[in-house]
Design a protein around this ligand. Structure first.
Ligand code: EPZ
Length: 419
């Protein structure tokens, strides 16, 4: 199996362009299913989750291709409505294709997405919402069968939890439904706004995307669009944590500081010097980090769960003990056992983690347990003395475009060893 090998203790210096957001390009690619004219999407990251999404589109009979960071999709003809079990297992977030396939073809069959490394990952909010919009949904033999023979109709939906995926699925299903759909307690992540902007540019009538109440007036047809995906706020936090952990100074371009206010405040409390402009962030960590009293993850605009592993990793070498509370996923701490192999001193109790800063980490062999946990190991390896080897890097490749090349560009001694 392929590995990432790091010789640590090299400070990071330089500038980097941050990739487009994985969690925006995935729902936008799903949204192209609703568009009857060609869509051109720019700033798509070259990551395996995008590759999987393109496989799903091709399985539906959609004509699509990626050229560098631009993806072109022509969904004028769609001749299927199923997502295979293998593709669902490859990417569980394929569930967000459900609303778009149902909205376009009036039926959809996906295999139950099941859980993932982070926990059970239920989709009850997705399914109950689609049922309110007129879908008839049955689950048997591990498959979810959805039918809406008369098409979907608008509904007023209250989400008991502001689920990102459920909000996206409802918006996708409602865009061409008959009548008005209102989502109360909607997720407010920037990726929701980006999805609404994409759909509106293709002719949809969506108001309030990114707020807790979204209004979608269904339209009969959607045309095409040319769209630029927003920057990836979690990838930005990743490179910031790597620079903070190694004591370097980096400038990230094409980022949106307004999307990461809660993250920036954690870096400032850890005693990093942060300078922002409208589209860039400069982080300087000229001395040992300070502990952060308490980080508690929550829905946007609070501190995001996905940035948790990255800041927890950098705090392993801070002065003092930091407290971290994970409130979104049940099983997000699996990577911590791997961090301990590098000498991290972390105690976990349920969804609480106590990170006792140590003088130094020492390189070791370890394995990525999930996407952000894998990135946390890269961060720890960069700050450790000696050699760190990271296995199971397919998890990291799901969401990071050329993380090895980018970190090398910033001065890290990091290699990709093809297995
Ligand atoms: C999205 O996942 C992201 N994935 C996740 O990013 C991110 O961690 C998460 O939002 C939270 O921000 C994509 O956008 C592709 P949720 P999603 O529905 O939509 C519960 C990464 O690292 N829930 O907001 O699955 C669920 O169990 C990934 O890039 C229900 O109970 O997140 C969880 O506890 C990891 N029923 C909580 O809500 C439902 O029907 C948050 O889930 C749906 C969700």
């Amino acid at each position: 199996m392929s590995e990432i090998v790091i010789e640590g203790k090299r400070k990071l210096f330089g500038e980097l362009e941050v990739q487009g957001a994985k969690n925006s390009v995935l729902p936008v690619l799903a949204a192209t299913i609703l568009c009857e004219r060609e869509c051109v999407i720019h700033n798509c990251p070259k990551i395996s989750d995008v590759d999987t999404s393109l496989k799903i589109l091709k399985d539906l009979g959609v004509d699509c291709k990626a050229e560098g960071n631009t993806v072109t999709v022509d969904s004028s003809v769609i001749n299927d409505y199923k997502i295979s079990e293998s593709l669902m297992r490859e990417m569980r977030s394929s569930v967000m294709f459900l609303g778009a396939i149902l909205g376009r073809t009036k039926k959809a069959v996906i295999s139950s997405p099941g859980g993932c490394e982070l926990g059970p990952r239920p989709i009850d909010l997705h399914l109950s919402s689609l049922k309110k919009m007129g879908a008839v949904i049955t689950e048997e033999h591990g498959f979810i069968n959805c039918l809406a023979p008369n098409g979907l109709k608008g509904a007023e939906i209250y989400l008991s939890f502001p689920s990102v995926g459920a909000t996206e699925n409802i918006i996708l299903a409602a865009a061409t439904a008959k009548g008005l759909t209102i989502i109360h307690n909607a997720a407010k992540e920037p990726e929701i706004s980006d999805l609404a902007d994409f759909l509106n540019s293709a002719g949809a009538r969506i108001y309030g995307g990114g707020s807790d109440t979204v209004y979608i007036h269904g339209v009969e047809h959607l045309g095409g669009s040319e769209h630029i995906i927003i920057p990836d706020r979690i990838v930005a936090a990743t490179y910031m944590a790597c620079a903070a952990a190694t004591g370097g100074k980096i400038k990230l371009n094409s980022v949106m500081p307004s999307h990461i206010v809660a993250i920036l405040s954690v870096f400032k409390e850890a005693d990093c010097d942060i300078k922002v402009s409208s589209k860039s962030i400069t982080l300087t960590a000229s001395h040992k980090l300070k502990r952060v009293e308490k980080i508690s993850t929550a829905v946007y605009p609070a501190f995001p769960t996905d940035a948790g592993p990255l800041v927890l990793s950098m705090l392993c070498v801070a002065n003092g003990t930091s407290v971290f509370k994970e409130n979104i996923f049940e099983n997000r701490f699996r990577y911590i056992d791997e961090l301990k192999r590098l000498g991290a001193k972390i105690k976990t109790e349920g969804n609480l983690a106590l990170i006792e800063g140590v003088d130094k980490l020492t390189g070791a062999g370890c394995k990525a347990t999930d996407l952000r946990g894998g990135a946390a190991l890269v961060c720890a390896g960069l700050s450790a003395y000696g050699k760190t080897t990271i296995g199971e890097i397919q998890h990291i490749e799901r969401g990071y475009e050329d993380i090895v090349g980018n970190l090398s560009h910033l001065g890290a001694d990091i290699k990709y060893i093809k297995g």
